[in-house]
Design a protein. Structure first.
Length: 174
C-alpha cells in the first residue's frame, strides 16, 4: 500500500466486545479492517492456571504478537477495498458520513485497558463510535491524518508533553 496513511485503534463499547482495527485513510475514506478482538481474555485464562499460567502467559503473548504482526504485513500489501469482504466487522466510512470528532487524552479510568489517547467519532446518522490508541505511534499517525480528513468539524484536545512523554489535555481544549 506504500504511502497510505495507516494506524491502529481499538473500538471500545460497553455493549459488545472490543475490536482492534487497522485503519487506512484513502482519499476521502477511512477503511476499518479488523485485526483482533477483545484484549483481556487471555490473561484472565492464564491467571486461572496459577503458577503454570504465569509461566505460559509470556509465550502465549509472544505468539499472539507474532500472529498479529504477520496479519498486518499481509493486509498492508492488499488494497483496503478488497479487504472489506474478508471479515463481517470490516467497514468503510466516507467523509460525507462523518459529522465530526475529537482526539482526546487518555481517560482517567482505563476500563478498556491501558491507552495513550481516545478518538470520538460522530456520524451523521446520530451514531457515535469510541476508539482508543494503545501506543504513541498510532496516536501520532491519527493526529497527522484525522484533522485533515475532517477539516473544521474535528477538534484536537491533546498535546504532547515532552517532559512527561505522554499526551495530555490541551489548556485551551473545552
Amino acid at each position: 500500500m506504500g504511502n497510505t496513511p495507516v494506524f491502529n485503534a481499538r473500538f471500545i463499547s460497553n455493549s459488545s466486545f472490543d475490536k482492534m482495527y487497522r485503519i487506512y485513510a484513502v482519499g476521502d475514506q477511512l477503511f476499518f479492517i479488523r485485526i483482533g478482538g477483545q484484549g483481556g481474555l487471555q490473561p484472565g485464562l492464564t491467571h486461572q492456571l496459577g503458577i503454570l499460567g504465569l509461566l505460559i502467559e509470556p509465550m502465549m503473548k509472544k505468539r499472539a504478537e507474532k500472529r498479529e504482526k504477520a496479519l498486518i504485513e499481509t493486509i498492508d500489501r492488499t488494497d483496503p477495498e478488497q479487504l472489506l469482504a474478508s471479515h463481517k466487522d470490516n467497514f468503510r466510512l466516507r467523509t460525507v458520513e462523518l459529522q465530526g470528532g475529537t482526539l482526546d487524552p487518555p481517560s482517567f479510568f482505563a476500563t478498556h485497558g491501558l491507552h495513550v489517547g481516545r478518538w470520538r467519532l460522530n456520524l451523521r446518522d446520530g451514531k457515535k463510535m469510541d476508539f482508543q490508541f494503545e501506543n504513541t505511534e498510532d496516536m501520532r499517525s491519527a493526529l497527522d491524518v484525522l484533522p485533515n480528513l475532517f477539516s473544521s468539524s474535528f477538534r484536537v484536545n491533546v498535546r504532547w508533553n515532552e517532559n512527561k512523554k505522554r499526551y495530555e489535555k490541551k489548556e485551551d481544549a473545552a
